[in-house]
Design a protein around this ligand. Structure first.
Ligand code: GAF
Length: 394
């Protein structure tokens, strides 16, 4: 990762143009996992790890992309946007395609160079951050004035249709709508949202990175989504008003889904419980009851491990290692699953100590050395004004 000022210098050296620079953050999610594509609620926050993207028109029809941290380039033209055989350009090209499909006229070429410090494959949404940075940068460069919600939706559509992962809206929404010292309570049924204050002076958000990413992650993710849709189909034959798991109840699942398909039942049962759990967790937050909130995080992990089956032995071990630790209020796997980070709520003055202890125990049991991050809550996608110390908002 290079500093924004160096990104500008490097861009000018490479492309001989003065670029616009944007920043888009990664995210954590406190609770509400695998609920977004079921019209449920989620509770993410943008974090102080970002993608920085520099962009300028180039007076040709070429689209030239440069991934600084990978020392890799890709080139195409504005009228020939299609999937590549490497993944990283697809996050950018997918957004260009979505803009074109939505009649935003991109008919002049441009150059992009980007860098960032969001760890790859750690479940912190580096791909959503790159998509949102691209959408916002293009909207600004071509003066499309696209709304924040549409930036998030276009970025999600790029991931769904171009990259091929049927994700929900949480990651892109958190990246664009993040607010310092606040969680975003997003209702994925109608995209209404509320900011909930979360000061990290007493409690720190500690991310422990398993350093594993199992290869079945995206196919298993799409499969889970289909299983949820199957559960809804089974219920809606009897209750046509149930169009998503948001409207389903455990009773309906027991009656109409369990007798037909036990696995589909388990998946849906987790989601229905998780949507209710998030509501209760928000009540805990209102009362500053982090102990109760943390317990719910452990419950979420159990559901994701046993019912939804998207955890893995490394994630389970990291959760196991903090259970019973007096300084850890709650912990669970975070994001899509099958690797990446666990999220832990830890007493602020003990966060470093806990991280080091757990990392040492994990190394002893797996032989793997793991990084950890103490996340601060950050603002969402913005233009980087190099003359100012702080970032301007979207
Ligand atoms: C991934 C997806 F991109 C999100 O949309 C969400 O479903 C999450 O997994 C699970 O909660 O991050």
């Amino acid at each position: 990762m290079i500093k924004a000022a160096n990104l500008k210098k490097l861009f000018i050296e490479k492309f001989s143009q003065n670029p616009l620079i944007v920043r888009s953050p990664g995210r954590v999610n406190l609770i509400g996992e695998h609920t977004d594509y079921n019209e449920g609620l989620v509770l993410p926050a943008a974090i102080n790890k970002n993608v920085y993207l520099a962009i300028a028109k180039n007076n040709t029809d070429k689209v030239r992309l440069y991934a600084i941290d990978l020392s890799d380039s890709f080139e195409t033209t504005v009228d020939a946007i299609k999937k590549t055989d490497k993944l990283w350009p697809d996050y950018i090209l997918g957004v260009i395609e979505q803009l074109q499909l939505n009649n935003y006229a991109i008919n002049e070429g441009f150059d992009i160079a980007f860098s960032g410090d969001i760890p790859q494959g750690a479940g912190l949404s580096s791909s959503a951050a790159l998509e949102c940075a691209t959408a916002f940068a293009l909207s600004t460069l071509f003066e499309f004035h696209i709304s924040k919600l549409d930036i998030a939706l276009l970025s999600q559509a790029a991931e769904n249709q171009f990259v091929g992962v049927n994700c929900g809206l949480m990651d892109q929404f958190a990246s664009v709508f993040g607010k310092e010292q606040h969680l975003v309570k997003l209702d994925c049924a109608d995209y209404s949202y509320e900011y909930i204050p979360f000061k990290t002076s007493d409690i720190k958000i500690l991310l422990l990175d398993t350093q594993v990413k199992h290869s079945l992650a995206s196919s298993a993710y799409n499969e889970r989504r289909e299983q949820c849709e199957e559960g809804v189909r089974l219920i809606s034959r009897h209750h046509p008003s149930v169009t998503s798991l948001r409207h389903a109840t455990e009773e309906m699942l027991l009656k109409y889904v369990k007798p037909v398909d036990e696995i589909v039942y388990r998946r849906c049962s987790y989601v229905v419980a998780e949507i209710a759990r998030l509501q209760l967790a928000c009540e805990d937050l209102k009362k500053d009851d982090f102990k109760a909130f943390g317990q719910r995080m452990f419950e979420t992990h159990e559901g994701l491990e046993k019912q939804y089956e998207v955890s893995c032995k490394e994630l389970d071990l990291l959760v196991q290692l903090v259970k019973g630790n007096q300084y850890v209020l709650g912990a669970r796997m975070m994001g899509g699953g099958f690797g990446g980070c666990t999220i832990n709520l830890v007493k602020a003055d003990k966060a470093e100590e806990v991280a080091q202890q757990v990392a040492a125990a994990y190394k002893e049991q797996t032989g793997i050395e793991i990084p950890y991050y103490i996340a601060e809550i950050n603002s969402g996608t913005s233009i980087v004004d190099l003359t100012q110390a702080s970032y301007g908002q979207v």
